[in-house]
Design a protein around this ligand. Sequence first.
Ligand SMILES: NC(=O)c1ccc[n+]([C@@H]2O[C@H](COP(=O)([O-])OP(=O)(O)OC[C@H]3O[C@@H](n4cnc5c(N)ncnc54)[C@H](O)[C@@H]3O)[C@@H](O)[C@H]2O)c1
Length: 260
Amino acid sequence: MKLTHVGVVGAGNIGAGVVTDLVLHGINAVAVDLSEEILKKAEAEVLKNIRFAALFSKSLPRVSREDASKRLVLTTELKDVASCDFVIENVTENWEIKKRVYEKLEKAVNVVGIHLMNPVHLKPTVEVIRGFHTSDRAVDTLLQLFSLLNKEAIIVEDLPGFVSNRISHLFMNEAAFVLQDNVATAEKIDLIFKKCFGHKMGPLETADLIGLDTVMRSLDVLYESFQDPKYRCCPLLRKLVYAGHLGRKSGKGFHVYPEA
Ligand SMILES: NC(=O)c1ccc[n+]([C@@H]2O[C@H](COP(=O)([O-])OP(=O)(O)OC[C@H]3O[C@@H](n4cnc5c(N)ncnc54)[C@H](O)[C@@H]3O)[C@@H](O)[C@H]2O)c1
């Protein structure tokens, strides 16, 4: 199957990363979001990622700003992805919002879950979730796309949170409780994971990178899905989100990011 045009619905944190990865690998991206303003911000993020890609990874292709711009279409119209060979949905982690998008998309597409890691263009592995009705054809097409992006796929079955979120969100949430209980500072909590366990990032830094709003909503989904109190969102995490401290994307979360 030809895979020259991919629709990217939702051009936020992950969507901008997906567009970067596609464009870097010579695939045309049609990015959809709610406003011109959000799309312009996403475009700036994509072009910045592309400019610095070679610094972060020697294996990524080099692409000029002009070629990148030629491979990118920005639109507020969902119908513009109709002619795409594949569509990747990355809208806000809120079922009411996703449901409305899928009601329109599902007329034309077969769904397979993909859990891309952040930053998308620098992560070589993705978690793929086979849904109850996912066809072998949809999975094969996805694997074809990932081979173009030089990514390895680990296929798992469908339950809320799959493997990665179901486990990682317990870490991040409990780290927030540890901070709330004044057991240690955010710096020390993250240092213990980095220095003692050899993790690249600590749980609070990871939550800041994902976006605290997205972490909070994912915990709420896990809590509602399993009806298990172990997924109750830490009040400190919720308080930060309501205060607008969303992590890297807002410049402040558990840590401070002066460059944001
Ligand atoms: N942030 C991460 O590290 C990460 C990692 C893996 C998966 N995810 C998942 O990716 C999805 C997006 O997360 P994010 O962090 O990019 O969130 P985000 O809030 O940064 O971006 C979501 C984008 O969706 C847009 N949107 C909302 N409704 C829309 C609609 N109807 N049509 C088009 N666009 C719409 C919003 O305007 C926003 O730009 C979520 O499901 C999240 O769980 C996020």
